[in-house]
Ligand binder design. Structure first.
Ligand SMILES: Cc1cc2nc3c(=O)[nH]c(=O)nc-3n(C[C@H](O)[C@H](O)[C@H](O)COP(=O)(O)O)c2cc1C
Ligand code: SF4
Length: 336
């Protein structure tokens, strides 16, 4: 959207043509209004060039685009909450079925796709579907954008063929290696905060391929491709606390397991972080996660449970220091 907004416009026109739809919306979070300002300029350029609007290039096809900004809620990225928000309602997820493809925006058949997906369409058509698929692997075709943050020398957005081998090489060579020289890799959250966190032992020497299958085999998921890299100075209990605070804040409050569960989890993390950790807290948190995962109205509940479940499993030492020894993973006494 920032560097090639017309690729998204082209992808959406083709999607509209394919589906017989006359209208498309580019919905963005409130914080990213600057991207929609770029899109507005590009949409006006496309209209002026006769590529949007009525009877595009004399083809008989009518298709137009509009941008819309949410008010900053993470849940409005979930497709049905997005549709509620776009219609002017509070951004609560909707019951599925009916799925948006049957009854979506204003009760009309609707597809909701990621910008990355739609932007790939012109490229796929230009190359041909088979040639595009062959950029990746048989099961995970094409390319994927990876958005790397954290303790690497060269964070940023990388487009890689699916099946790129391997995560260790990617972090240590392509991304320039660990940010702070001499510090070792400790943890990676490969696909945005809503996937399982994995430890260095699950990555180093394991040939983790960057595709759907490779990340599942490594014990996590591809998710959004938002990869967070952490070195050995990071205390995973504190990281997990931070993530849980995010999910508590972003829980839309519609269903009880997610609304009450995330709030309860944050209260436990707060108590632990001021030196009140108890050995039984790990099991207590796992029990709460078990009552959120698979029992919430939308996937945000699962997303809140998975980081905690995986962090306790993969980094037991960090939790032991807070729950049993009452010192943090970095050897600093908790702020009692
Ligand atoms: C809590 C939650 C937040 C989401 N946020 C986003 C988002 O910010 N952007 C996005 O493209 N998809 C987001 N999704 C996924 C969308 O619901 C939808 O599956 C996706 O946009 C489909 O696009 P794709 O099939 O092209 O990948 C979110 C899902 C959930 C459950
Ligand atoms: S799981 Fe959380 S975000 Fe999703 S509907 Fe329930 S309260 Fe809202």
């Amino acid at each position: 959207m920032e560097y090639d907004p017309h690729a998204l416009i082209e992808g959406m026109i083709i999607a509209g043509y394919t589906l017989g739809s006359n209208t498309g919306y580019v919905y963005g979070r409130g914080e990213y209004r600057y991207l929609l300002d770029i899109m507005d300029v590009a949409i006006n350029e496309a209209r002026a060039a006769g590529l949007l609007g009525k009877n595009i290039l004399g083809s008989g096809l009518d298709f137009d685009l509009h941008t819309h900004t949410g008010a900053g809620a993470y849940i409005c990225g979930e497709e049905t909450a997005l549709l509620s928000s776009l219609e002017g309602y509070r951004g609560h997820p909707r019951l599925k079925p009916p799925f948006p493809a049957i009854e979506g925006l204003y009760a009309s058949p609707t597809i909701v796709n990621n910008v990355e997906t739609l932007t790939s369409i012109p490229q796929i058509i230009n190359m041909g579907g088979i040639a595009w698929r062959d950029l990746g692997t048989e099961k995970s075709g094409g390319t994927k954008l990876w958005s790397i943050s954290g303790h690497v020398k060269k964070p940023g957005v990388y487009e890689l063929p699916m099946g790129y081998a391997d995560m260790e090489k990617f972090i240590h060579e392509d991304c320039g290696g660990m940010l702070r020289d001499g510090k070792k890799l400790k943890a990676v959250i490969p696909g945005g905060s809503s996937v399982y966190i994995i430890n260095a032992g699950q990555i180093l020497g394991q040939n983790v391929t960057l595709d759907y299958e490779g990340l599942v085999a490594a014990g996590s998921m591809l998710g959004t491709g938002g990869m967070m890299v952490m070195d050995e100075t990071v205390d995973i209990m504190e990281t997990t606390k931070n993530l849980t605070e995010f999910y508590k804040h972003e829980s839309c409050g519609w269903c009880t397991p997610c609304r009450e569960g995330t709030d309860w989890l944050v209260k436990i993390f707060n108590r632990i972080s001021i030196g009140g950790g108890r050995p039984e807290d790990a099991q207590l948190m796992l029990d709460i996660c078990d009552n959120i995962e698979g029992k919430s109205f939308c996937p945000l509940g699962d997303a809140a449970a998975w980081p905690i479940q995986s962090a306790i499993k993969q980094f037991p030492g960090d939790f032991k220091k807070w729950l049993v020894d009452n010192t943090s993973a970095n050897g600093v006494s908790p702020n009692v």
